[in-house]
Write a protein that binds this ligand. Structure first.
Ligand code: F6R
Length: 366
């Protein structure tokens, strides 16, 4: 059942190229160079007339929501808020018929997310679900939605569901932006073509597995980790840190890299591993100077860089090269090695990665 893999988590990490392919099947037409998410087209007027979108989710799905916010705001020019479902539902939020709520949930059974959906629905908002488990409670409570179609996820730590959620959010933003006329035609084409390349690029990333397994052995001593990223890589930093804490029980925090100097940099010393997502993008130079600040305090930097990088790879203690992709799709590439890093560190520490202590796959109680 684990298909020859020692754990479901590793199997599910390795399935990602196929899962993303399945997720895009029938939705991306490469010959015609376009993306069509039918739920967006069917509810076009309701979505286009929305004053704002509110994304509600928990945990890893909430991290996908943070990426969704950046995609929808940049492509569609619609304001997007991202809320923890558990906070939203008890806050008496300002919400009405002009709002669209996107509920993201792998299991479709998370109690807080379901309650947030019911609350928003009772106030007249239009609810769009992004779920994996077919026929689960959240999709049944929504007005419309898109399944991520990545197949059952068994490992408690969510992996392929995250990349599936980000893929659906990218397709949603592209479909809506095209309808709204807010996206440059050339840019649209380049994102569609690049989405189509993601499964192949993920396969390239998975070839780093042995290297990451080797690297992981040197980190079992650590009691703390910091993960840094900016822009589209900031939610990836949060997700990398969550993966590490939940399966290896090492305390880890993700921060937007520039926030370091507002407090967390006080934690840096020679014992502190700092994972930095430092791929080529508009903020590359800024991330470079964030890394220099950490090195000046003797932090141990593990940098994830774009293939061919010659600058950050000189300064970092260790650098891992990843295939180049378009900035807005970078999370689909950079998340994968962070999943592997967390997995191997946990395995080196002898932890039960598929069944971490204190955690359940679906959180059906609040
Ligand atoms: C982390 C993880 C959890 C879930 C969260 C939401 O690896 O699995 O943080 O992401 O419990 O679950 P769903 O997506 O099923 O609503």
């Amino acid at each position: 059942e684990k298909g020859g893999y020692p754990h479901f988590m590793l199997k599910e990490i390795f399935e990602q190229p196929d899962c993303i392919h399945d997720c895009m099947r029938g939705r991306i037409n490469v010959d015609a160079d376009n993306v069509v998410l039918s739920a967006v087209i069917d509810n076009k007027d309701r979505l286009l007339n929305a004053k704002r979108f509110i994304i509600v989710a928990c945990g890893t799905s909430w991290h996908a929501g943070l990426i969704g916010k950046q995609l929808i705001e940049s492509f569609c020019r619609i304001p997007v808020e991202v809320e923890y479902a558990s906070e939203f539902r008890y806050r008496d939020p300002v919400i009405n018929e002009q709002d669209v709520v996107i509920a993201i949930s792998q299991s479709g059974e998370t109690a807080d997310t379901l309650a947030a959906v019911e609350l928003a629905k009772s106030r007249g908002a239009f609810i769009y679900g992004i779920c994996n488990a077919i026929g689960s409670s959240i999709p049944r409570a929504t007005h419309t939605g898109s399944y991520i179609h990545v197949g059952p996820e068994i490992g408690v730590a969510s992996t392929k569901a995250f990349t599936g959620q980000v893929t659906v959010l990218a397709m949603l933003a592209l479909t809506l932006a095209k309808e709204k006329g807010t996206i440059d035609e050339q840019y649209y084409l380049s994102v569609v073509r690049e989405l189509n390349q993601i499964p192949e690029k993920m396969k390239e990333v998975l070839k780093l597995n042995d290297k990451l397994a080797e690297l992981s052995k040197t980190f079992t001593y650590a009691h703390n980790f910091i993960y840094l990223g900016r822009g589209y890589s900031y939610p990836v930093a949060l997700e990398g840190a969550l993966k590490l804490k939940e399966i290896s029980y090492i305390h880890a925090e993700g921060y937007p890299a520039a926030e370091m100097k507002h407090g967390p940099i006080a934690l840096i010393d020679a014992e502190m591993p700092v994972v930095v997502i430092a791929t080529q993008n508009a903020l590359y130079e800024k991330v470079l100077s964030n890394i220099q600040e950490i090195k000046a305090r003797k932090g141990r930097v593990i940098a994830f860089v774009t293939k061919g990088d010659t600058v950050i790879s000189q300064i970092a203690d260790c650098s891992i090269e990843l295939p180049e992709t378009i900035e807005c799709l970078n999370p689909l590439i950079t998340t994968v090695p962070l999943q592997l890093l967390a997995y191997h560190i946990a395995v080196c520490k002898g932890m039960d990665v598929d069944q971490p202590r204190n955690l359940a796959k679906s959180v059906t109680v609040e």
